[in-house]
Design a protein around this ligand. Structure first.
Ligand code: CIR
Length: 253
């Protein structure tokens, strides 16, 4: 069960965030409204939400998931692979020290963005991507081992982050799309398939047996509801324009 989430309000500079999507610039006012609704959805799942101030210096800083990995034993501050995002980690140690005694770091040459890390109980799958390298993954696995946790690497071919294409919904259920549908590492799970036309909906989040899903993906909604979850739809269209999904917008712990 999660009890808390950390989010960061978007700054007006978010409209200049990194993107590969050709969906136009986000509408900042709409993004603020959607962010507030996202916070409400987390609260309705029973979480206390800690909301960090906007950081205009870093346009992508609202995607707070990428700068830390929070486990039930320790926190790990990452070293983002995107050069424009590295400074986002400043202040994270201070924020996290209110909740964690043990805080570790990923250091250069290691690079890691926690959008590449999927928690399944005490095991963490780490995507090797354009943002996360082997050294970052090795450091993370060493930190995890120190606390009785474990990790393994997954090579990515098609997506930005591991969790762009896969989401663990507990109860052995794994939402998966594209390259992950047949990935050998994931065949032990009960795969809930997401069609490629709804690939954005593969980035959902499990919060205490509710599943937050992006608004506008009817097949994904049906698949997840049929699997027995309480589903909450959240409109995150403005974050999608920056390749960001539901998981990227919070750190849940
Ligand atoms: C980026 O490219 O870094 C941001 N525009 C989007 C980050 C999305 N984060 C995530 O998938 N964990």
């Amino acid at each position: 069960m999660f009890t808390k989430a950390i989010v960061r309000t978007p700054a007006p500079s978010m409209i200049n965030g990194l993107t590969s999507a050709r969906l136009g610039k986000p509408d900042f006012d709409l993004a603020l409204k959607q962010h507030a609704e996202y916070i409400q959805a987390l609260k309705s799942c029973g979480l206390k939400v800690i909301c960090l101030d906007p950081n205009a210096q870093y346009p992508d800083s609202t995607f707070v998931e990428d700068v830390a990995l929070l486990t039930n034993k320790c926190a790990i501050i990452t070293n983002p692979g995107a050069p424009s995002r590295r400074g986002e980690i400043s202040g994270m140690r201070e924020t996290l020290s209110a909740y964690y005694e043990d805080i570790e770091d990923i250091l250069a040459p290691g690079l890691l963005e926690a959008g590449d890390v999927m928690m399944v109980g005490s095991h963490f799958y780490i995507g090797l991507s354009a943002r996360t390298n082997q050294s970052g993954a090795d450091q993370l696995m060493a930190h995890l081992q120190k606390y009785g946790l474990a990790g393994s690497v997954v090579e990515l071919k098609e997506v930005l982050h591991l969790k762009t294409g896969v989401a663990y919904l507990e109860h052995n259920n794994l939402l998966a799309c594209g390259e992950f549908l047949t990935h050998p590492d994931f065949q032990k799970f009960n795969i809930l398939p997401i069609d490629s036309i709804e690939s954005y909906a593969a980035n959902c989040i499990w919060v205490n047996d509710n599943v937050l899903i992006p608004q506008g993906y009817p097949h994904a909604l049906e698949t997840i509801s049929n699997a027995g979850y309480e589903v909450l739809e959240v409109d995150v269209s403005e974050f999608r324009k920056l390749d960001g999904g539901l998981s990227c917008l919070s750190l849940r712990f």
